[in-house]
Design a protein around this ligand. Structure first.
Ligand code: ADP
Ligand code: MG
Length: 402
């Protein structure tokens, strides 16, 4: 789960990390009062969306002005004016996709005098199963670009969980960032604070880009992105409360209400599968036959007919889906329950794309009978590769006739 910059900064503040004072507003009328509570002479007005690259982004609506989602203001009035221009408008950045994201919240922050922009991140390194620090002197840019063009400018190391973080790690980061004096001291402290936050709140990714050295020699976190481990949210109600559902994919949101493991993807073949391993294998084999999966979906072991029906409806509601592949191996999951769920969903929302069904395992005969007797236009498949081949072919054929 992602949170907004202003929420991430509040967490940083709680752990003692250096962040500027700021106010979040959702209505233009609140902006002037909010800006007035902050010290000038410089204010920064920042669009809050769950995507980076806001500074270089542009708004779709011309009345938002020809500037990005991070704007400088020299007076309280100007700050309020910029907030008014951005609220409710659609910001497009290289991370939002062409559709962009509507700006519903604005964060107004005290401006900083920047001497240098640096990069600092913590993440869970899956190879070492440890938390890693990533530091670079090239702040303010996309770290992917730095990694591609000048990988030598990125320093990475992981922390042994048995001993935890120590001054040694902080000094390593400070040295990698070329810091001296006060900034060096701030950095050593910051590394410890970030690590503590990361572990205590079950963070997946914590990225500060840029981390800046100010002209007075101190450090400050100017931007912050945080992503939390969704499987650990049950033990952090305070983090759960930061969830902004308007930022999430509506299909994924719907799926989470029914406890379905669903991830939206860019392809055109919708998949309904039981078991994460089988779902991965199904996606692989679709690709092998030249198709692209539109989603990952694991309906789980003990799914009910209602849950299966909801899953099917979520798949068909995606306009990118040009064909559906149901691949079920009935173990705990019974094939007749899957069949009933599909039939119920199609009765309700109809079916306008080819459907390939491969059922195997518990109650398979009953499942096939339910589908056959429903009058549904289903292409039956005998095994996984047969199923993948058939759906890719059917989608191709449907495209050619259209
Ligand atoms: P994004 O990464 O989404 O573009 P950032 O918060 O990193 O947004 O802001 C982009 C740039 O705007 C920063 O690299 C920095 O140069 C400038 N900036 C952001 N916040 C401030 C601030 N409080 N004071 C001065 N400059 C800022
Ligand atoms: Mg940034």
């Amino acid at each position: 789960m992602n949170i907004h910059e202003y929420q991430a900064k509040q967490l940083l503040r709680e752990y003692g990390a250096p962040v500027a004072d700021g106010r979040v507003v959702t209505r233009a009328e609140e902006a002037k009062t909010a800006a007035g509570e902050l010290d000038g002479p410089l204010w920064v007005v920042k669009a809050q969306i769950h995507a980076g690259g806001r500074g270089k982004g542009r708004f779709k609506e011309p009345d938002a002005g020809d500037k990005g989602g991070v704007r400088l203001a020299r007076s309280v009035e100007e700050a309020a004016e910029e907030a008014r221009r951005m609220l409710g408008r659609t910001l497009v950045t290289h991370q939002t996709g062409p559709a962009g994201k509507q700006v519903n919240r604005i964060y107004i922050e005290e401006g900083a005098d920047i001497e240098r922009e640096l990069y600092l991140a913590l993440l869970v390194d899956r190879e070492t199963s440890r938390i890693s620090f990533i530091a670079s002197t090239e702040g303010g840019m996309d770290i992917e670009e730095v990694a591609a063009a000048t990988p030598e400018k990125i320093v990475t190391f992981s922390v042994d969980p048995a001993t935890g973080v120590s001054g040694f790690h902080g000094r390593k980061v400070a040295f990698a960032l070329g810091l001296k004096g006060q900034a060096y001291k701030d950095c050593v402290k910051l590394a410890g604070q970030l690590y503590k936050l990361f572990v205590e709140k079950d963070v997946n990714l914590l990225e500060i880009n840029p981390l800046i050295v100010m002209t007075d020699g101190r450090l400050r976190c100017l931007d912050c992105k945080m992503n939390f481990d969704s499987n650990a949210l049950y033990r952090h109600p305070e983090i759960m409360a930061l969830r902004d559902e308007s930022e999430e994919d509506p299909k994924e949101l719907e799926a989470s209400k029914y406890d379905l493991n669903y991830i939206a993807l860019d392809g055109e073949i919708g998949c309904m599968v039981n078991g994460a391993g089988l779902a991965m294998a199904t996606m692989d084999i679709i690709k092998l036959y030249g198709g692209e999966p539109a989603n990952f979906l694991d309906v789980g072991g003990g799914a009910t007919k209602e849950k299966v029906a909801e899953a099917f409806k979520i798949i068909t509601s995606d306009p990118n889906v040009k064909g559906i592949l149901v691949n079920i191996f009935g173990g705990i999951m019974r094939c007749d329950v899957i069949a009933e769920g599909i039939v119920a969903a199609v009765k309700e929302v109809g079916l306008s794309v080819p459907l390939v069904v491969r059922l195997e395992g518990t109650n398979v005969e009953l499942g096939k009978k339910i589908i056959n007797e429903s009058g549904l236009d289903v292409i039956a498949a005998d095994n996984l590769s047969d199923a993948a081949e058939k759906i890719v072919k059917a989608v191709k054929a449907a495209k050619e006739t259209n």
